[in-house]
Design a protein around this ligand. Structure first.
Ligand SMILES: CC(C)(COP(=O)(O)OP(=O)(O)OC[C@H]1O[C@@H](n2cnc3c(N)ncnc32)[C@H](O)[C@@H]1OP(=O)(O)O)[C@@H](O)C(=O)NCCC(=O)NCCS
Length: 324
């Protein structure tokens, strides 16, 4: 793991891992990441102001920064919890592109992650598919049926093994669940409607949707907040998700709350306990499809079919609208 490497044009790249943002470098880093939208900037700002004691709590944030003669020219961020991570904010200063900056940073990050026993890393490509090759070179693979999401696991069966465990406990959603909730929502599963409140239908990377919900989940006054409860294994992996959020469908005009439930099939029984954590007022809606394993649990919780819309979803599936 070399901290000084030569770029394609012979110039030197210095690589550092920052666990906290050193005094005097926050402005540089924020300026460098300024192209990210507002929800992400809020996320950075919270971290810069409060570090791991802020909203992100125990989630480990690392900046892998590359510089030349003291000038920041490349960055990667990772957020990890117990060997599961999200990799993002991969950015090379436009004047330094195609010289190997991102390549070296990714190589460094991979060695560092492995050395610490890191197991699974997930990332989203965003709108531009061109960097896909870059990630493939570093062991990331496409997620079936989810264009744009890539996962790198130390062994093939590892992701499946994460979603095992005899005892699970209930918890309010915390940032430490962010990486494993992303893996959960990416899995092959008969449920199409995974979290309507976050616009997660079918396997989809929830990394961005969760960050976009930062204010609604953590910073609005409590009575206006969305609520998410999860089941986590002893290792802290999120294996089931239930949420009560503003319904973003119907052009955003609905005043109703939407209830979502998504769980790994191994935890179907325990997922029932999640529902009991919510007070679900009359008029709460839920969306589903006829083959979704959550239907039975919703029925027990008092949800009844309001409408069944054939061929409504992109794959021709029937959409069920339920109401309590
Ligand atoms: C994507 C990005 C980080 C690449 O950084 P970089 O330092 O120029 O990348 P490298 O020089 O290390 O490239 C390594 C390899 O990645 C691939 N690659 C990188 N940029 C590419 C591009 N624009 N088109 C096609 N392939 C590309 C190539 O295989 C390249 O190897 P090569 O130059 O030998 O062909 C940079 O273009 C960038 O910051 N883009 C804007 C932000 C962004 O899109 N981030 C990624 C979000 S997923």
């Amino acid at each position: 793991m070399r901290e000084r490497v030569a770029l394609r044009d012979g110039r030197e790249l210095k690589i550092e891992v920052l666990r906290t943002v050193p005094e005097g470098r926050a402005t540089d880093i924020l300026e460098f990441l300024g192209h990210k939208g507002r929800p992400y900037l809020r996320h950075f700002q919270d971290y810069f102001d409060h570090g791991s004691r802020g909203a992100i709590e125990g989630l480990e944030w690392r900046f892998y920064v590359g510089s030349h003669e003291g000038k920041l020219i490349g960055n990667i961020c990772t957020w990890e919890y117990r060997g599961l991570g999200i990799l993002g904010h991969v950015f090379t200063h436009p004047a330094w592109r195609r010289r190997g900056v991102a390549n070296h940073l990714l190589e460094f990050q991979d060695s560092d992650f492995r050395m610490r026993g890191g197991r699974v890393m997930v990332l989203g490509l965003g709108k531009d598919p061109r960097p896909r090759r870059l990630y493939q070179l570093h062991g990331f693979e496409d997620v079936p049926d989810c264009p744009g999401a890539m996962v790198r696991a130390r062994t093939e069966s590892l992701v499946d093994r994460l979603f095992r465990g005899k005892s699970v406990r209930l918890s309010a959603l915390r940032w430490r669940h962010w990486p494993s909730a992303c893996l959960l929502f990416l899995m092959a599963h008969p449920a199409y409607v995974r979290c309507a409140g976050l616009d997660v239908y079918g396997p989809r990377l929830a990394e961005g949707p969760i960050v976009h919900h930062f204010p609604a989940l953590w910073s609005l006054p409590p009575r206006y907040r969305d609520r998410v409860e999860v089941l986590e294994t002893r290792a802290g992996t999120c294996v089931a998700w239930a949420s009560q959020m503003r319904d973003p469908n119907w052009g955003g005009t609905s005043k109703r709350r939407v209830f979502d439930l998504f769980f790994h099939p191994r935890f179907r029984k325990q997922a029932e306990r999640l529902v009991e954590r919510f007070v679900l007022p009359r008029g709460t809606v839920a969306y589903s499809t006829p083959e979704d394993p959550k239907n039975e649990i919703l029925e027990e919780a008092g949800f009844r079919e309001l409408a069944s819309l054939k061929n409504c979803l992109s794959g021709g599936e029937t959409l069920l609208i339920l109401e309590r």
